[in-house]
Design a protein around this ligand. Structure first.
Ligand code: ADP
Ligand code: ASP
Ligand code: MG
Length: 436
């Protein structure tokens, strides 16, 4: 079994959907994981925001705008009157559902139910389109098998049992369509795997089925050596190891959801990144093989908060760091970078939702300084087998950028630096110019 995930742009227009219908056909068994059409989840988020604000009029307007777009796409996509009318009915059902929230008080649970509509619509539209072409496929509702536990982690046991039960009903079938991103939580409510989560869906499915390959199809020819949104002349990488790809995804490479490598890494399932617009290109292969040495790629993650605690009590003391880290543990806040000196510790967090509580605990240890709006820049490669001084190259490239923290040696794949968010683009460009 292979798992193929197609992102928003791959289902972003009728033309792309028609193209996709050709791409997915094969003699080998496949599960196709689809995102919502490009822009839909953003629109649904805006609608939910308006509903939170009880701004019914604007919410209604936005709902109608989105509905109209879908009605036009339906009309364009299907050839026969039968499927045009089936498609329109589908849109009526989903938009009536969304509209029904305009008249109720709004909670985060309902927001998740609204966000789920994008993937529910795109998969149903695609399934209908395959039916119209008389291509046999099975519609697998992700809400029947995708589940996260109380910590928001995939419930692998449940997913495996329930997905296999669904698949066993169709042992003579080869093509399955399901939704990325959406799932249920431990209480059975509709939830999701966070923005960009369709990649994660694909790798979780690949992992529980021990797939031969997971493919992530998107609008670019594989993993690039720097962020193409901010840097010109980036180039696609042929190969990355699981560790390298995981670091890059975690530290901001938007092409993959931050958690999406781990499930495949644990089961040693190769992940291939492919371009829907150039399907015969090889793309990037992510696997257990370590290929090449030296610096390979750069990614950046915004919205980082740096926390510095300065304390005389740290001098030659043991147990200090444990007590300090315990504060972050209590508030379920992961720490990314850490640097220490004799009397101070600096660390970074991504999730600042409990920052003021954390700060008031840390004050008990000493002086606390907080800098928000920072970016972590992560430089990834194989730095152990390489002897020519990667750290020196990085620091030279960044000589004109103020660096708040530097982390080297934590793993053999990663050098990270912390810069102000406003310096991020200049830093990425300087690194590209100097290193590649
Ligand atoms: P999809 O909707 O298919 O999931 P995304 O927009 O989430 O697509 O991811 C693809 C985009 O990620 C690319 O168009 C590109 O702009 C951006 N991106 C950021 N960093 C990288 C990188 N290192 N390599 C490739 N693409 C990247
Ligand atoms: N549609 C969701 C999002 O836009 C999931 C995804 O695209 O992967 O975040
Ligand atoms: Mg994505």
């Amino acid at each position: 079994m292979k798992v193929l995930k197609f992102g928003g742009t791959s289902v972003g227009s009728s033309e792309r959907i028609r193209n996709l219908a050709q791409l997915v056909q094969s003699d080998e068994p496949r599960i196709i994981v689809l995102s919502a059409m490009a822009g839909t989840t953003n629109s649904l988020e805006q609608i939910a925001e308006l509903l939170y604000q009880a701004n019914k009029e604007e919410a209604n307007e936005k709902i109608s705008d989105l509905e109209l777009k879908y009605r036009e796409r339906i009309d364009d996509l299907y050839n026969s009157e039968e499927f045009k009318s089936k498609g329109q009915e589908l849109i009526t059902t989903h938009f009536n559902y969304i509209r029904n929230f305009v008249f109720r008080s709004f909670t985060s649970l309902q927001e998740k139910a609204i966000l789920a509509q994008g993937e529910l619509i795109s998969t149903a539209m695609f399934h209908y389109y395959l039916s119209e072409l008389k291509v046999e496929s099975i519609f697998l509702p992700a809400l029947n098998f995708m589940r996260i536990d109380k910590d928001g982690e995939p419930d692998y046991f449940y997913i495996k049992e329930n997905l296999n039960r669904e698949l066993n009903q169709y042992s003579d079938q080869r093509l399955f369509i399901t939704q990325g991103f959406i799932c249920r939580n431990t209480y059975g409510e509709v939830d999701n795997l966070k923005r960009g989560g369709s990649d994660y869906t694909a790798s979780i499915i690949g992992s529980v089925l021990q797939a031969t390959e997971v493919q992530i199809w998107t609008d670019i020819d594989g993993f690039h050596n720097n962020d193409p949104r901010f840097v010109e002349n980036t180039s696609s990488l042929e190969q990355l190891s699981f560790e390298e790809a995981a670091e890059l995804a975690y530290f901001g490479a938007k092409i993959m959801h931050p958690s999406s490598i781990m499930p495949c890494k644990l089961k040693n399932i190769p992940v291939r990144l492919k371009n829907t617009l150039h399907p015969t290109d090889e793309g990037t292969l992510i696997s257990g093989n370590q290929a090449g040495s030296g610096i390979k790629a750069i990614a950046a993650k915004d919205g980082i908060t740096a926390v510095k605690v300065k304390s005389g009590r740290m001098l030659q003391a043991y147990g200090f760091l444990r007590k300090l880290f315990e504060v972050f543990e209590i508030y379920k806040t992961p720490i990314d970078m850490i640097t220490t000196s004799e009397v101070a510790v600096s660390l970074t967090i991504d999730d600042d939702s409990n920052l003021s509580e954390i700060e008031s605990e840390l004050i008990k240890f000493g002086k606390v300084e907080i800098d928000q709006d920072q970016s972590i820049i992560c430089i990834v490669g194989d730095f152990i087998s390489e002897t020519s001084g990667s750290a020196k190259q990085v620091l030279e490239a960044l000589e004109h950028i103020p660096l708040r923290m530097i982390s080297y040696g934590g793993s053999k794949h990663n050098i990270s630096v912390l810069v102000r968010q406003e310096d991020k683009i200049a830093a990425l460009q300087a690194l590209s110019k100097h290193l590649f």
